[in-house]
Write a protein that binds this ligand. Sequence first.
Ligand code: SF4
Ligand code: SF4
Length: 381
Amino acid sequence: MKQVGIVRCNDYQYINVEKAVYECLDSLHGLKDKIKPGSKALVKVNLLKKNNPEDAVTTHPTVAEAIVRYLQERGCEVTIGDSPGGPYTQWMLRGIYKATGMVQVAERTKCNLNYDVSVSEVYNAQGKMLKKMQIIKVAEDVDFIVSAAKLKTHAMMTYTGAVKNLFGIIPGITKADYHFKMNDVDNFAAHLVDICEYAKPLFSVIDGVEGMEGDGPSAGEKRHVGIIMASEDPYALDYSALRLIGINPRKVPIMIEAEKRGLFYCNDQNVRYTCLKPSDLNIKPFKLPRSLEINFIGGKVPGFFERWALNNLRPRPIFDYDACISCGICKESCPPKVIDMESGKPSVDLNKCIRCFCCHELCPQKAVGIKKHWIYERLFK
Ligand code: SF4
Ligand code: SF4
C-alpha cells in the first residue's frame, strides 16, 4: 500500500507552507531514513515559462523553499532546477528563475540554482519506448530527484502533477522533438512513464494551494484548493490528486499507462492516507481543458459517432491577433513546425497540427486559445 500525505494549507505565507510540507513529509513512514546526509538532491520544480508565482503556473517559491530546507536539515546539498519550455540556455534560465521567485529561494536558503545547460545521453533499461534518452546533466549529477509539481489541468494530457513534471528533465528543444515523435496521447503517456521510471524521484510534492483548472497548464483559471500533498510514489500521488479534483483517474493517459505496467492500480485500497483523505476535503471538481471535453463523452453517444467525433471534431489552436505580440515563441515551440509567421502573426497548417497545444502552453500573452468545432458545441453543450 502506498502512503500519501495530504495537508491543508490555505495561503503561501512561508510559515504555513513549511508547516504543511514538513507535516506531509514527516507523515510518510520510512522516508527520513532514505534521505542520507551528504547526498546531493535536485528539486525539480515546474517552471514552465516566465510567470510570476501568483499566476499559479509554476511551483510556488515558498513550496520549493520548504522542500529545500527539509532536505538541508537532513544534511543534503540541494540544487533547484528545471528545463522549462523553449531553448535550454543560461539566459532563459536566468529570466525564468527571476520571474518565478527561485532566485530569492536560493538567496535565502543558500541552495544551488542550476545553470549548467549541458546534456547527457542515458540508457533507460526500464524504458518501454525510450531505451536511450537525452536528459539535463544536473539530473545525472545528483543522488536523487524530488518532483516538486503544481496541481493543474493539461490541454493534451488532461492533468499534470508529479509524473508529468519530470518531462522537464528532458532538455529544452529536445522536448519538442519528443512531442513530435509521440504525437498520440497514449504514446506520449508511455514516454512520460518511461522518463518517470528513469528519474525515480525519492519523493514528490504537489503544490495545490492555488491550482489551475480549465485550459491548463498555463492559460487556465487559477483555482484555490488549499492543500499540499506528498508521497514517495508519484503514481499514487497523482491518483490521489485526481481523486481530490474530481477527475476520473482511469481517463488520464498517464494513470492508464501506469496501470498497464502494474506500477499502480487505480483504487483507494492501494493508498494509505497518512493525514487527510481526498473525501475529507470536498473539493468541487476541476473544469477540464476545452481540448479534452470530447475525450470524456464515452458512453453518452453511439460508439461509431464517438469515433467519428474524435477523428473529425478535434479542438484546434486559434490565435488572438490583438493579444499577440509577434514574439514567435509558438512557432519555435511547435514540434512538427507547422506554424508560420505571416506578416509577423502566426498561422497554422491544421492538417499537420498534432494538437499537442505546446503553442497554447507557452504563449506569454495567452493569445493562443483552444477552439472547438461548432458541431461539438451544438451537440454536447
Ligand atoms: S501567439 Fe503568442 S507565442 Fe505566438 S507570436 Fe503571438 S504572442 Fe508570441
Ligand atoms: S500548432 Fe500548436 S497544437 Fe498544433 S502542433 Fe503546433 S504547437 Fe502543437
